[in-house]
Ligand binder design. Structure first.
Ligand SMILES: NC(=O)c1ccc[n+]([C@@H]2O[C@H](COP(=O)([O-])OP(=O)(O)OC[C@H]3O[C@@H](n4cnc5c(N)ncnc54)[C@H](OP(=O)(O)O)[C@@H]3O)[C@@H](O)[C@H]2O)c1
Length: 425
């Protein structure tokens, strides 16, 4: 988790807070307004300055309360400090200036009978913004008497629904390839190794897999249809690429393609990973029972709370040799059931799946994948970036039209959905 502390206002006091309030490793910096207090004050007539300061300070108390609700949704806490007179260069100027007598009178009348120090205010900032104050948000701490105001914003950036996403970097990350011995899985294994991942292959037949796959792969034996065999496969993985598949028989797709996704997600027990799921173009086509189970697998991935990319490839290796330019579409509108819906080389499918794991612009996107005439792109960031992300909390791809109410889904799916979505809470 990354912590960011933003201190808004009151230069020296803000610095004291920044020094005291930053937990180890936090990024800390001044927000807008830091250090320009004196400049703004000098520019205003005295009466107007007094009135506008009172109104704006009251408004800030209310604003901090209101903003605490909004920022709370992003894992942030917002608090303000309203210290009395604090000995800073600005305060010394005031004491020795034309308003010095009035300033000294304010100090005498203050409950503490003296001015404070920046370090004393920093101590309060430390309480508010470190873990010791983890439950404090939306508050305004009035110290002695209100004069300056410092607004503190602490962001604890969480993985999961955060738009930044759980993007993995290949170095020191383990990618589990599900369906590693398959026609796409074999390419995915090679591509993930090439990109620098530690690669784990889920296989049913270890000896056969060792003959098929390159050196450097870790093998874990498991069967997607047997949930009790999957714990070792998901142990400590950072990313999962699903490339498994069966036939076009509904029962096969339900019990292998769909159940494989459901059982692996359940084995994770809510631990976040980055996911790339391969399904197929036409997954949302109505009246195709096996496709409906693929669509349900997609739904589980979206509901799992993980960051993901769902790739619906066109027809494997139906492309001509000069058809290598990768195109991504959304809405799943090509539904002829033949190569007219798109064609794409197997190695390019694997590349897109593996690329998506380390790509912020690919996060939470559902796409149909095809190739057109032209050369393969070196970098897919712009292609991913042009796509729309799925709506937060939605079960379907952002532009999908043939959506099905959850109540119309089979009980098996509804049970898995509540188990897997519940596990992500
Ligand atoms: N062909 C196309 O044009 C096209 C287009 C779009 C989408 N698709 C989809 O692509 C999928 C097929 O991909 P593919 O051609 O790469 O498949 P594939 O070569 O038949 O490979 C299937 C993989 O899944 C694994 N698998 C099957 N059942 C398993 C189980 N119970 N436990 C663990 N692993 C299991 C297989 O392992 P084993 O080696 O142990 O059998 C194999 O690694 C299908 O779902 C299809 O809908 C195909």
């Amino acid at each position: 988790m990354t912590s960011v502390i933003i201190v808004i206002g009151a230069g020296l006091i803000g610095q004291a807070i920044a020094v005291r309030a930053s937990p180890p490793g936090a990024v800390c910096g001044p927000g807008p307004g830091a250090g320009d207090h004196a400049r703004r004050r000098a520019a205003r007539p005295a009466d107007a300055a007094g009135r506008s300061a009172q109104v704006s300070k009251r408004a800030n108390v209310l604003r901090v309360q209101a903003e605490a609700v909004r920022w709370g949704e992003r894992g942030a806490r917002v608090n303000a400090i309203s210290p009395g007179i604090v000995i800073t260069p600005l305060a010394r100027d005031e004491l020795n200036g034309a308003n010095g007598a009035g300033y000294r009178r304010m100090i005498e009348l203050a409950p503490a009978g003296r001015a404070g120090t920046p370090d004393e205010i920093g101590t309060v900032g430390e309480l508010l913004m470190t873990e010791r104050g983890a439950f404090i948000t939306g508050s305004d701490v009035l110290i002695d008497r209100r004069r300056h105001r410092v607004v503190l914003l602490r962001l604890d950036l969480r993985p999961g629904p955060d738009p930044e996403g759980l993007t993995v970097t290949p170095e020191n990350s383990t990618a589990l390839i599900v369906g590693a011995t398959g026609s796409i899985g074999r390419h995915a294994v090679s591509e993930a190794l090439r990109q620098g991942y530690d690669v784990r292959a889920l296989v049913r037949d270890r000896n056969g897999a060792e003959r098929l796959l390159p050196d450097g792969v870790e093998f874990v034996v498991g069967d997607l249809a047997r949930p009790d065999t999957l714990d070792a496969a998901v142990d400590d993985v950072d990313a999962i690429v699903f490339t498994h598949g069966s036939s076009t028989r509904e029962s096969d797709v339900r019990d292998i393609d769909y159940a494989g996704v459901a059982n692996v997600l359940a084995a994770l027990a809510g631990r976040p990973v980055r996911i790339a799921l391969m399904t197929a173009v036409g997954t949302t086509r109505p009246g195709v029972p096996y496709a409906a189970w693929k669509r349900r697998g997609e739904r589980l991935v979206r509901a799992s709370g993980n960051d993901y990319t769902i790739v619906r490839p066109g027809w494997f290796d139906y492309n001509d040799a000069d058809q290598r330019r990768i195109v991504m579409r959304q809405g799943d509108t090509a539904q002829s059931g033949g190569p007219a819906d798109g064609v794409i080389a197997r190695d390019e499918i694997a590349r897109v799946l593996v690329d998506s794991l380390s790509s912020d612009p690919a996060n939470r996107k559902t796409l149909e994948l095809a190739a057109e005439r032209g050369a393969e792109q070196d970098d897919l960031a712009a292609v991913f970036a042009a796509l729309r992300p799925d709506e937060p909390g939605a079960l379907d791809g952002v532009l999908d039209t043939n959506t099905v109410p959850v109540d119309d889904e089979p009980a098996r799916f509804r049970d898995d959905l509540s188990r897997i979505a519940g596990g992500s809470q």
